[in-house]
Design a binder for this molecule. Structure first.
Ligand code: SF4
Length: 337
């Protein structure tokens, strides 16, 4: 491989968001020595290695500054990378964090909402999460980082939208930052809230003014399942889900996953400790996990016939609907994996 990223879930995440496609992996306490050992093992296989000390919440550990320095040291020159993500939990607790982050790129930070306070605390599954979002927004604005509010819609929070719009206006967030309505991938924890997925008829309940100030309007919500089904029933190609970059994620139990879909047993590459890095890399390159094989072999039309619902008006982006069917396929295989 020319390049590979390795993301190590050293500390986990303070949240258990209901939309999280990564699911509910255990929070660990991996040492910096363990991170160094993992990086060393993978570095023998690639020309350009990028090492991340986190997989879920960036900068969650108190030694986040040292970890960022270590990521740069362990990665190939110039390959360490920051994203438009910071720890909202830390922004609300560590007064020096925002100004530290402001010296790095990028100058944008995403913050997730499920509506107003009760709905957002419900969605992030942590009391106080909404108030953390508010304080984080204030601290980001103070240091010149643009907050990008991501609003997840479910049937449970449609009544919140007028108040949410007023809040955006009150903070002038549509001018100083950005707001967008995100789609929920029906994988990991996200699959468990499929019963709350909004439907075609719910679109009329979203205030037009909110749609107008959202970056892509409601485009990311996609189309009703019954509409997409007509097209996908005719598609005989396999899903061929891919990621932008080669990436292997290692959880706190040393289980390794490709960064293609939800980290479940049918995608699992093996265990770095018990199977070894050779086997993990070979499984990754040969694409031999049940999920990876299905991703290259099962025709979408077959998934559509088996798992599609012609009466469903639930809204999906096309890739998300295919991911749901892959999840349903995987759950059925679970007993034999
Ligand atoms: S979505 Fe992000 S913040 Fe929420 S549980 Fe998953 S990793 Fe943590």
């Amino acid at each position: 491989m020319q390049s590979l990223s390795v993301a190590v879930d050293m500390a986990g995440c303070p949240n258990r968001c209901r939309h999280c496609w990564l699911g509910n992996h255990r929070n660990g306490k991996m040492t910096t020595q363990e991170l160094c050992d993992i990086a060393r093992q993978f570095s023998a296989y690639v020309q350009e290695l990028t090492v991340h000390s986190w997989w879920r919440e960036p900068d969650y550990r108190d030694d986040y500054r040292e970890l960022w320095a270590l990521e740069q040291e362990l990665s190939s020159p110039g390959m360490a990378k920051r994203f438009e993500l910071l720890s909202i939990w830390r922004l609300a607790r560590d007064e020096s964090y925002a100004s530290w982050a402001a010296n790095l790129e990028p100058k944008v930070c995403q913050i997730s909402f499920f509506g107003m306070e009760e709905s957002t605390d419900w969605g992030i599954r942590r009391k106080g999460a909404f108030q953390d979002n508010m304080l984080a927004t204030q601290r980001l604005l103070e240091v010149g980082i643009a907050p990008r509010w991501q609003l997840f819609l479910t049937k449970r929070n449609l009544d919140d939208l007028d108040e949410f719009l007023r809040l955006v206006y009150k903070l002038d967030l549509h001018k100083h930052g950005e707001v967008f309505i995100g789609g929920i991938s029906p994988e990991g924890a996200g699959y468990e809230i499929e019963g709350l997925r909004i439907e075609e008829n719910d679109l009329a309940l979203i205030p037009k003014e909110l749609i107008d100030i959202c970056r892509e309007g409601t485009d990311l919500l996609g189309q009703p399942e019954y509409v997409l089904l007509e097209e996908l029933m005719q598609d005989n190609s396999p899903p061929n889900l891919t990621a932008n970059v080669h990436c292997i994620s290692i959880n706190a139990d040393y289980d390794a996953y490709p960064n293609i879909a939800e980290p479940t047993s049918w995608w699992r590459l093996g265990n770095l400790k018990s199977n070894g890095v050779d086997a993990i890399i070979k499984t990754y390159l040969d694409e031999t996990t049940p999920g990876m094989k299905a991703n290259r072999e099962i025709p979408i039309s077959m998934l559509a016939r088996k798992y599609g619902n012609p009466n469903s008006k639930k809204l999906y982006h096309k890739d998300d609907l295919i991911s749901r069917w892959m999840h349903e396929w995987g759950v059925e295989q679970k007993s034999i994996i």
